[in-house]
Design a protein around this ligand. Sequence first.
Ligand code: NAD
Length: 527
Amino acid sequence: MSALGHIVLVGMPGSGKSTVAPLLAARLGREAVDVDTEVERHLQMSAQRAFDELGEQRFRAEERAAMERALGSQRPLVIAGGGGMVAQPGAVEILARHATVVFLDASDAVLLDHLGPAAVDRPLLAGAPADALHHLRVARAHAHGHAQLRVAVDGLCPGDVVERIAGAVSGAVRVATPHPYLVRVAPGLREQVGEHLPVSARRVVLIADQAVAATAEVIATALRGDRVTVTVVSLPGGEQAKQWAVAGHLLERCSDAGLDRDDCIIAVGGGSIGDVAGLVAATYLRGVAWLGVPTTLLAMVDSAVGGKTAVNLRRGKNLAGVFWQPRAVLCDTDVLDTLSDRSFRSAFAEVVKSSMVGGGGLAELVDDRLTAALARDPKALAELVRGCCALKAEVVAGDERESGRRAILNYGHTVGHAVEALTGLGSGLDHGEAVAFGMRVAGELSVAQSGCPPSVIEHQDDLLDACTLTVRPALAAADIVAELGSDKKARAGVPRWVLLRDRGEPVTGIVVEGEAVGAALSEALVR
Ligand SMILES: NC(=O)c1ccc[n+]([C@@H]2O[C@H](COP(=O)([O-])OP(=O)(O)OC[C@H]3O[C@@H](n4cnc5c(N)ncnc54)[C@H](O)[C@@H]3O)[C@@H](O)[C@H]2O)c1
């Protein structure tokens, strides 16, 4: 099964589901299933007759059964979803488990035009189609709002709709959390943010790093063109943004903007802005939708995916936060052009980390494309971003709240966080540099404690060297050991390590004697 699962088209009658499904299926090399046709075939009668003779309840049950049969297929399909089925209780959850849902959004005028005189023959539109459409739209708004992608079809021919959808899903990564979402990676995505807003959203607060004001402006202009009211709140990025007081200020700005439960927050910036804006989204009105538009490579390969939001406390990083998944993550690779070399390079610590814990195809990809990506080759970069996001998506879907496997992503972070805390947040080694150093220490320990072949760690260190992630903190090993006990993953002051048995074979929850840690640190500090 493809990582995207089935693609289910939902929308109002006349929005083009049945026309677009076979065309999209052909475009993507899939088969198409039309739920309404399946119901008619199963019942051996037209939908209209089934409605009249068997009643709506039976018809919906048949629709649901047909949808479940299609969703059970091992081959990835394009499914034209029965319009009414999606609004039945439980349908949104079933679709979320198995499919990427695309909402074909058409105005009433276009729907009536598409339906033509036959509108009055439709079971739910008989009599006064315009009024009926309005009621149906309201009744189905919840279901349509859960779609991971919205395509505004007014003015588009079916071929254009197909290209829009194919363009959006090709190369996208699906994060299969209970509310699944897409991570898209491509140049120019900042213009397409509107495709992922909740259908109900009329207002947006755009929380943007000042360093990417131009990107924020492009997004705001595109959304205003869709008649969304946009409030841009700019602030300096970096660790200074990850403060409780900043989150409080942003919450007040959301309130001032009149944001309500149907509206949306968009985070435009690096990991720092994503972390604080995500926390604001999670807490404002007890949780509103948010979209991530990461503008640093670190945020694209790591922080934007997975729903961890946080601010720092005096004692350390990320000590106050919640899990709150975004609605979509749009990695527009064009925005990396302005990123400093230091920030760009340091993100490769997370890329190398992902390849060490993920292994397999991602390890091959990183080994193969690292040099080109370091030279900012756009294709190589996009491939690495996608590969890292796919690993993160797979891990997060299996363990959203880090009660198990998700901990593998912390490889290198035990020491990394301690170093960041000791060198002063935002003033010493940056996150990637600290993690790279932490990986060197964890690598030493992996050889000594977990039987990892030394050649694997030599290769890891060569990759980090190639990224010029060679800076060592000006700290004593004993000070770092003392700080490790404060790590938030420590239990009773004893840190739990993520080590490697091999590339792609991480082990978690490992307790290592302080002496062995000190020796590995001393070695890594001078090597
Ligand atoms: N939530 C998670 O799962 C997760 C994972 C990893 C890291 N993080 C967090 O992410 C943060 C680090 O994120 P980061 O590395 O993206 O740094 P950042 O957000 O601090 O940004 C680094 C610098 O780059 C600037 N900047 C951002 N985008 C730019 C662009 N396109 N062009 C020019 N300058 C730009 C910012 O203003 C800032 O000065 C840390 O706080 C870390 O704890 C979170």
